[in-house]
Design a protein around this ligand. Structure first.
Ligand code: FS2
Length: 504
């Protein structure tokens, strides 16, 4: 992170003079993604990024005689890296509003980087986005006043809307518009490969390379919505989804019996029982786990995983009682039903939508989201995206007015769909987005959820409830600004929140 700030501090003035390094943006997105929660635990890979960062930074012309330390610091040993990390951590006081805003911005930039990286893999790039990332990183070296930092956090939100829109286009242009799809969750009789994380391009390559191998492919966690894309679901050996959200990996990966490809976050430190069956790729990494790197032409060779699968037993029963999961309710598919949705709102079959997007996590307090979903009146519809859905998508919540009560727009990468749906509803009813019968009960865990939150704020969305706890980097002063301007609140009990979010 520190060296990415150094690259940015050098590159911004260089870009202005036409001497900037155009590839810095791509490198920074890759490096920031590697630092996202639960993505890369492999020190060796992080050190390779550190070495690369120094080379990239030092090739950019100096920006003057008084550059920040991040522009000149060059680690000579592991001890140097550890000492610098401690020095930087000691300087970060999140009880101070400026440091709190810097931390907020860094979290948002990491989310931005992850989304950008996914779009870039599919050939979609935008220098305005990578230039903003560098501007944001550079700002955190400068102790700017709170009002300027607040403006940067909000700008991060509007650039976030842009990157989410770009990723939405990249996914749908490459794989077709998601179709509302019922996905099997049972185990087949052939050996299988399980693929998790968010990278659709990895899944596509794996499907293509394994199509005549006699091996079945199953999605896990955030890869579930991949089953809804026409250009992925056309592969008949993509047989369904096995398991649930990331933190169940230890039980689910062991029961799966076959190899597992981890394309991005979240990876849980693997148990010895299945560690030799894990293959990471892309930004994901774990020490002692095999990694599939991209070749120079940008493709990946999954043949070792496919051969490995052939030596394994078919998956054991995942214990989902044969229940199918509905996904693929992205904006095109939902807006194709706009007439039915609007009618259901007008005739009272749908009284309220609840956006319950975001992340899942292992702590017991997240049972709140299952209980909240169960307690919702039958005339409400949940709009979801991200792995938070696994807290309630196995429940039988039924339909209202012909609409499923859980509308799963996709991965956390697909939150943009929820924005498009909300904007379309606002237009259909001729009201402001804040006047719609929509409540927001968002579960956060990692940096992409922070970026989505800032994106919603930049669109003027108010009254968002966030849980299961507020981010530790929000200082009391910053929280006051968020409450005063956007009426953000923390979740409480199901009963209390229900009164507030679903008024009688
Ligand atoms: Fe879930 Fe983890 Fe999607 Fe986050 S699989 S919490 O990092 O990316 O959502």
């Amino acid at each position: 992170m520190y060296l990415c700030k150094g690259i940015s501090a050098r590159n911004i003035p260089a870009i202005a003079k036409g001497e900037g390094n155009k590839d810095s943006g791509s490198f920074i997105t890759e490096a920031l993604f590697a630092t996202l929660t639960n993505t890369n635990f492999d020190d060796q890979r992080i050190k390779e990024l550190i070495d690369q960062a120094v080379i990239i930074r030092d090739a950019i012309p100096k920006s003057g005689d008084s550059e920040p330390d991040a522009c000149t610091w060059t680690p000579k040993s592991d001890a140097d890296i550890q000492a610098k990390a401690k020095e930087i951590a000691d300087l970060a006081h999140v009880d101070d509003d400026v440091h709190s805003l810097q931390a907020m911005l860094i979290f948002g930039l990491k989310g931005l980087a992850a989304y950008y990286h996914h779009a870039e893999i599919l050939g979609y790039m935008d220098e305005e986005i990578t230039n903003f990332m560098q501007k944001g990183l550079d700002s955190t070296l400068r102790d700017l006043p709170a009002d300027q930092m607040t403006a940067l956090v909000l700008e991060c939100g509007s650039v976030g809307v842009k990157v989410l829109a770009m990723l939405d286009t990249a996914n749908s242009k490459t794989y077709g518009n998601p179709e509302i799809t019922s996905v099997k969750t049972t185990a087949g009789t052939k050996p299988g490969i399980l693929i998790t994380g968010h990278d659709l391009r990895d899944l596509e390559q794996l499907l293509e390379q394994s199509k005549d191998s006699g091996v079945d492919i199953y999605t896990h966690g955030e890869m579930l919505p991949a089953n809804a894309y026409p250009n992925l679901k056309k592969f008949s050996h993509l047989v369904g989804n096995y398991g649930s959200s990331w933190w169940h990996q230890k039980e689910e990966f062991e029961k799966f019996n076959g190899p597992i490809v981890v394309t991005t976050n979240c990876i849980v430190p693997p148990k010895d029982q299945y560690k030799d069956k894990i293959y990471t790729t892309g930004p994901a990494g774990y020490p002692g786990v095999k990694h599939i790197a991209k070749s120079t032409d940008g493709t990946k060779d999954f043949s070792k995983v496919i051969e490995h699968a052939k030596t394994c037993q078919p998956p054991s029963d995942p214990g989902t009682n044969g229940r199918d999961l509905i996904t693929g309710c992205a904006h095109e598919a939902v807006l194709a039903l706009a007439g039915t949705v609007v009618e259901a709102v007008k005739n009272g079959d749908i009284k309220r939508f609840i956006v319950m997007a975001g992340c899942d996590g292992r702590r017991a307090e997240r049972q709140y989201y299952t209980d909240f979903a169960l307690a919702l009146p039958k005339d409400t519809v949940i709009l979801t995206a991200g792995c938070a859905k696994f807290r309630y998508n196995f429940l039988d919540l039924g339909t209202t007015g012909g609409i499923p009560r859980v509308i799963d727009a996709g991965q956390c990468n697909d939150c943009y769909s929820l924005v498009v749906i909300a904007q379309a509803l606002a237009k259909a009813f001729g009201v402001d987005i804040n006047e719609l019968p929509i409540s927001y009960n968002i579960a956060w865990y990692e940096q992409k959820a922070c970026l989505v939150l800032y994106a919603l704020l930049s669109l003027g969305v108010k009254n968002i409830t966030l849980g299961p706890k507020l981010p530790g980097f929000v200082s009391p002063g910053v929280l006051k600004v968020l409450v005063d301007n956007f009426n953000i609140g923390k979740n409480s009990t199901v009963e209390e929140d229900m009164k507030r979010m679903v008024p009688a």
